[in-house]
Design a protein. Structure first.
Length: 633
């Protein structure tokens, strides 16, 4: 795992920016602490920070050139099937100097050009420059596990793994109003937008070519979507197929020349991955975090039981509020875009501690989106299959609104969910998804922002972005796979994978995600609704397929997110900082982004008996304020 950056100058002024290549590459040090390399001439510059995983020798350093010196590659990621690809290339007359997957990838491109992407099994973002054709080729993996951002003006084209590297070239920082408008609804910024104008993300499953100032972006993969799917295979046959595909995926992701372990939260997904890894890797080391000060959020007892069952060498990191506060500034400073998924704090500390023993870790990310693991999936299913309980829940929305609502206890969270269910039931399929996927809607945004901010927001551009995101959803939304397909394209690459990538890379830890092997994803996306969810169980076929290898108690536990106790902190330890720094009235007034009266009401609600999701909105504001001050104050 590594960090990459590069520049293609269009004129003499662009070439002057080449002096920033080394500084831009250095900004990616945490992604690649082992080595920094550059290659450049008057027409291109590539920079690379290396985290050595496969073939740790100096011969495998990057940027790497082919034997003739025509092609140069800077690569971030892993190609799991590189050994088979290497043999195929040898059979066609290619020779190799290293044992690295980087050299295999470079020669795959030389042999097949963009068609090589269809043959790769792995996760990646890479750049290859062809000196003879003066052509830059960029590509990002199918699901967006690895990031790739770019910037283009009249003088130059820039790209990097993170925006902080692009900033080193001296680009002008301009707030992207449409991105921020969307961020405060979803808690993250969906691709291709970033918080800055003119810096964009290459979409998952896309590649780009740049030649003679002409940038072309094309898709090479899209997640399969089939309406009202059926299958002639029996349920047992499908279970066995999933077991076979997932075990193959785990085995492929165990290849490493450095220490490898597995995250183990105690949930079904990470437990399945750890159990399969333990079958093929003796003395597997597993890691989990608990909250010593917050029993409601602590799930380490489940993780301990799984570890004992699979025979892993298990380590639990019991975090205190002091631990989280002590790293808050580091976490907020690392994030290049506003990103308000608060579980990032726990992932950061889990990665930091895991890095002490391992350089690579497996995780269970992707299973919820693929198999239906979120509460909103249950809610959609219940509306598609209305029963008496659902009708009562819908008709009593006024009552749920009168009850205590927050995420910080089982009782208040229950009523919070009932209220959100009732509100969503009255909406069409597209609006309902947006309501349940986010924390607010356009009406809320009109109250949050000042008139000046809204007047400078391109609302038609926002509406098009939203329409593109919801393109697979029908207004009636009768096909459950519409929901999962939308999650795979929105929530997974823009929230879950961003969180894991940023927080692990901040600590120089590579995280691999076996559930996102494209062979497994292609198969599961073709399965019908009944295989994934019913009134009694979510992720049905996944749980049934692996029920025999995990403790029974694991399957009876209620699902909880990887959350942190924000409400308590904001009412106590962080209260003064919220009032006197982040949301200080005179600063809000001067900033001109948020409505002062709205912020006052929000702070009042935070300390009321019915805070609802006020703490989530406050957290989104804190993250934004830290980001805004860093770039615009």
């Amino acid at each position: 795992m590594c960090g990459i950056t590069g520049i293609i100058p269009f004129n003499q002024l662009g070439r002057f920016n080449m002096i920033n290549l080394a500084a831009a590459t250095s900004k990616l040090e945490s992604r690649g602490p082992d080595f920094q390399g550059h290659d450049h001439n008057d027409n291109f510059g590539l920079g690379h920070r290396r985290l050595s995983i496969i073939d740790t020798s100096a011969e495998a350093h990057q940027p790497m050139s082919d034997d003739q010196g025509r092609f140069v590659i800077a690569f971030n990621g892993e190609i799991y099937n590189y050994r088979a690809l290497r043999q195929d290339l040898i059979n066609q007359g290619h020779s190799f100097k290293t044992e690295s997957d980087t050299e295999v990838l470079l020669k795959m491109y030389i042999q097949y050009k963009e068609a090589c992407l269809e043959k790769l099994n792995g996760f990646f973002a890479f750049a290859i420059y062809d000196k003879e054709e003066d052509l830059l080729f960029l590509a990002r993996d199918r699901f967006g596990i690895k990031p790739l951002l770019y910037y283009m003006d009249d003088d130059k084209f820039l790209f990097a793994s993170e925006a902080k590297a692009i900033f080193e070239y001296g680009v002008k920082k301009e707030l992207n109003h449409e991105a921020i408008f969307t961020y405060f609804q979803l808690n993250y910024i969906p691709a291709p937008l970033t918080g800055m104008q003119h810096i964009r993300k290459l979409m998952p499953g896309n590649y780009a070519t740049l030649q003679f100032k002409r940038l072309q972006i094309k898709p090479y993969y899209s997640i399969p979507f089939k309406t009202n799917t059926t299958s002639s295979d029996s349920y047992d046959v499908k279970k066995n197929k999933i077991k076979e595909l997932l075990e193959e995926s785990v085995q492929e992701r165990l290849v490493s020349d450095v220490p490898l372990g597995s995250f183990l939260s105690g949930g079904v997904d990470s437990s399945i991955i750890a159990a399969l890894a333990a079958k093929h890797k003796p003395n597997l080391h597993t890691f989990s975090v608990g909250f010593a000060d917050e029993p409601y959020f602590d799930e380490t007892s489940y993780a301990n039981e799984v570890a004992q069952s699979i025979g892993s060498e298990h380590t639990v990191f019991n975090l205190t509020n002091k631990d989280l506060f002590g790293h808050l500034d580091d976490i907020l400073t690392y994030m290049d875009d506003p990103f308000a998924d608060s579980s990032a704090l726990a992932v950061y500390l889990l990665s930091k501690e895991t890095k002490k023993d391992c350089t690579v870790a497996l995780s269970g990310d992707g299973a919820d989106e693929l198999f239906s693991g979120y509460n909103k999936h249950k809610a959609f299913y219940k509306l598609m299959h209305l029963g008496f309980k659902e009708q009562v829940a819908i008709s009593n929305g006024w009552l749920w609104g009168m009850m205590p609502q927050s995420r910080n206890s089982k009782f208040s969270n229950f009523f919070r969910q009932l209220k959100k269910f009732s509100n969503g039931a009255s909406l069409n399929g597209k609006d309902r998804y947006w309501h349940w996927a986010g924390f607010d809607n356009e009406t809320g945004m009109n109250q949050l922002f000042t008139d000046d901010f809204l007047q400078n927001t391109d609302l038609p551009a926002y509406s098009k972005l939203k329409s593109d995101i919801l393109t697979r959803l029908s207004p009636v939304c009768k096909d459950f796979n519409e929901i999962l397909h939308t999650d795979m394209n929105l929530v997974l690459p823009n929230d879950m994978l961003v969180k894991v990538d940023w927080m692990s890379m901040a600590n120089g830890l590579e995280v691999r995600v076996p559930f996102l092997d494209h062979n497994l994803v292609n198969y599961v996306m073709g399965l019908p609704e009944a295989d994934k969810i019913n009134h009694n169980i979510s992720k049905r076929i996944l749980q049934d397929a692996f029920q025999d290898i995990l403790p029974e108690r694991l399957y009876k536990r209620p699902k909880k997110g990887f959350e942190v106790p924000l409400l308590k902190w904001f009412r106590n330890e962080l209260k003064d900082k919220i009032d006197q720094e982040w949301l200080r009235e005179d600063y809000i007034q001067k900033q001109g982004v948020f409505d002062v009266k709205y912020i006052k009401r929000l702070k009042k609600k935070l300390h009321s008996g019915r805070p609802g999701d006020a703490h989530a909105r406050i957290w989104a504001l804190i993250v934004f304020q830290e980001w805004y001050k860093r770039h615009f104050d």
